[in-house]
Design a binder for this molecule. Sequence first.
Ligand code: MN
Ligand code: MN
Length: 316
Amino acid sequence: MENNKGKVKDGVEGDGDGEDVDEIGLYEKAGAVAFEALKKGAKMAKPGVKLLEIAEKIEKGIVESGAGIGFPVNLSLNENAAHYTPKFDDDLAIGEKDVLKIDVGTHVEGYIGDCALTLDFSGENGKLVEAGANALEAAVAFIRPGKKTGEVGAVIEEEIRKLGFRPVENLTGHYLAKFKLHAGGEIPNVARAGGFEIEEGDVFAIEPFASTGAGYVAEAGLVEIFELIEKRPMRQREARKILDYAETRFRGLPFAERWLHSEFGSGLMMRSALRELVLSGSLHQYPVLHDKKGSLVSQSEYTVVVEKDGARILTK
Ligand code: MN
Ligand code: MN
């Protein structure tokens, strides 16, 4: 997934209990599982296949690998850039000419792997996919300790524009920390003055989005993904139970509404509780983000660790 919360770098060092833990080793494990899951999803994604079936298979595979799910599998089609995860009864299937982004997240003991790729089923949008993939490779090749995040954005923007597309300016990559998908600190997809200095040991996701549309995404009404922000006193008992569940089961990582159904059902009570939780500020919601109607967006994403001589890809 991506970041559009507009945070600045803060608290990236984690929660302070990591001194004796091989954090990079755990990131490596999470990254390897995420990449395998992504490949599995790409293999089964074909016109006619239902998105729900793909999401459930990928998520099941992650759990069977012994890792945790970092966030609900995002399967965003065409002008939808991010945050579409199927509803529990979703019938939507891939169309013959669709452009599909598969975005997968895992974690091992809270250390996250986040990666994405784009599939073009018509065969007519190869350049759009290439633009995002080129931008990602160029960013990885450019990154070194001492470079500024704004400079990475410039590299990404140049690669995408070179092939005639627009980078999506209000979606960014993001730093990762233990049980924090968006740890503060953005990797922009367009040139920005300054930013902050990249340091050895930093772990972040880089995720260029290339678009045939405006290069700017807006929020749709559709929301299937939520995340715990803070446990606040709730009027509805069901809402309190969902908060506890989000804390103990998902540990503050994003979750899908469909993941609540086995415990809370799919009825009015659950949905009304979710609404109260969002309105009270206990839960953050991730609406589907889309560019202009009829446009197409591609996404490519790796999680990397910054080493002395450059960035090493963890989701590969
Ligand atoms: Mn991401
Ligand atoms: Mn992602």
